[in-house]
Design a protein around this ligand. Structure first.
Ligand code: GLN
Length: 312
C-alpha cells in the first residue's frame, strides 16, 4: 500500500472508531454559545508535505477555534516585535488551569506563557498597540485566510458576543495585568480583540492547511512561500509541546508525542515536523479543557503512523 493510501485508511478507521465511542467529554458551557454545539461531531484532517489531504468525519464543518488562535497571534506578534515580546510573557509551562489567576500575582502580572489566557491576552495587547481594535482584528483574520488559502473564513460574532457577556475571568486577568503595566491598551479594547480572534470559525480542513508552515520549517511546501524562519517555527512548536494543553500538556506529550494546541471549542491542531499538519475536532472536553476524543484520536494516529517526535 502506498504511503498516501495507508494514511487515508488510518484516518478513515480512526473517524469510524471515534463515531462509535460513547465517552465524549463535556462541551464547554461557560461560553454559552459553545454549550449549544452537538458533542456528536468528529473530524480529522491530515495534510502531508506533498499537499495530500486525508480527511475523515465532519472535515468541512466550521467550529470555534478558540485558543488554537493563540498560535497564530503569537506568530503575528513575534513578526511585529520579535524577541521584545518576551518582556510581556514567559515561556514556561504553567501547571495551572488555562484561566488561573493565582500565578499572576506571584509573578507580578507577567503570564507564564503565550497560550494560557493571561498570556494570550498580553500577546493580543502587543498586536493591538498602535492600531484600532478593528484593524487588529482584521489583521489577524487576514493572516488566517492567507495561511489557510481561503478567503471565506469569518469570525462568529455570536460566539464573540457570548464570550464578552460572560468573560468575567478574562476581564479580571486583563485588569490585573493592566495594574502591572503589562497590558498597555484600554482593557476593553484588548479583550475585544482577544474575544474576536478566539471566535474565528474554521473547518479542520482549513486549520490543517493553516498549520503547514509549522510542519515544514516555516514554509508552505506547496507555494514555497516563507511565513516565518525555520528557527521561529521550531520554537513555536516547542512552546506548543510544553504549554499547548495547559495543565494537560504533560499528558498530551506522553500519549500523543507531538506539539499541539487545543481550544475549548474542541479543536486541536498538531504538528508532526517534516511529516504532517493535523487538525482534529470533537467538541466534548476533558477536565483540563482539552478535547477528549481529539486527544484519543491523535494518540491513535501517531501510534499507527509512527509519528511521535520521541520515536516510534
Ligand atoms: N476564549 C476562551 C477563553 O478565553 C479560550 C479558552 C480556551 O480555548 N482554552 O476562555
Amino acid at each position: 500500500m502506498s504511503h498516501t493510501a495507508h494514511l487515508e485508511t488510518v484516518v478513515r478507521e480512526i473517524a469510524e472508531e471515534m463515531a462509535q465511542r460513547t465517552d465524549r467529554g463535556e462541551v464547554a458551557s461557560y461560553i454559552p454559545e459553545l454549550g449549544n454545539v452537538d458533542p456528536g461531531h468528529f473530524a480529522l484532517v491530515v495534510t502531508d508535505a506533498e499537499g495530500n489531504v486525508a480527511a475523515g468525519g465532519d472535515a468541512d464543518v466550521p467550529f470555534s477555534i478558540q485558543s488554537i488562535s493563540k498560535v497564530f497571534t503569537l506568530t503575528l506578534a513575534l513578526g511585529m516585535v520579535g524577541d521584545r515580546l518576551w518582556r510581556h510573557v514567559g515561556r514556561e509551562p504553567s501547571g495551572n488551569a488555562f484561566n488561573s489567576i493565582v500565578q499572576l500575582e506571584r509573578e507580578r502580572g507577567v503570564p507564564r506563557n503565550p497560550f494560557i489566557n493571561a498570556g494570550a491576552i498580553a500577546v493580543t495587547d502587543v498586536i493591538l498597540s498602535g492600531h484600532q481594535p478593528r484593524e487588529a482584528i482584521g489583521e489577524i483574520l487576514r493572516f488566517m485566510r492567507f495561511l489557510a488559502g481561503d478567503p471565506s473564513i469569518v469570525i462568529d460574532e455570536k460566539v464573540a458576543a457570548s464570550e464578552k457577556r460572560t468573560g468575567f475571568r478574562n476581564t479580571a486577568l486583563a485588569n490585573y495585568m493592566k495594574s502591572f503595566g503589562v497590558v498597555e491598551n484600554p482593557v476593553d479594547f484588548t479583550l475585544g480583540v482577544y474575544f474576536h480572534h478566539c471566535a474565528i470559525a474554521m473547518t479542520c480542513r482549513q486549520l490543517a492547511t493553516a498549520g503547514r508552515f509549522l510542519a515544514y520549517s516555516g514554509k508552505n511546501p506547496s507555494t514555497g512561500l516563507s511565513v516565518v524562519s525555520a528557527e521561529r517555527a521550531r520554537r513555536i512548536n516547542a512552546l506548543m509541546l510544553t504549554c499547548g494543553h495547559y495543565d494537560g500538556s504533560g499528558e498530551f506529550a506522553y500519549r500523543v508525542g507531538l506539539p499541539g494546541k487545543s481550544g475549548v471549542g474542541g479543536g486541536i491542531m498538531a504538528i508532526a515536523p517534516g511529516k504532517a499538519s493535523i487538525a482534529v475536532w470533537a467538541p466534548g472536553l476533558d477536565k483540563a479543557g482539552n478535547s477528549h476524543l481529539g486527544r484519543i484520536a491523535l494518540e491513535a494516529l501517531t501510534k499507527r503512523m509512527g509519528w511521535s517526535i520521541f520515536g516510534v
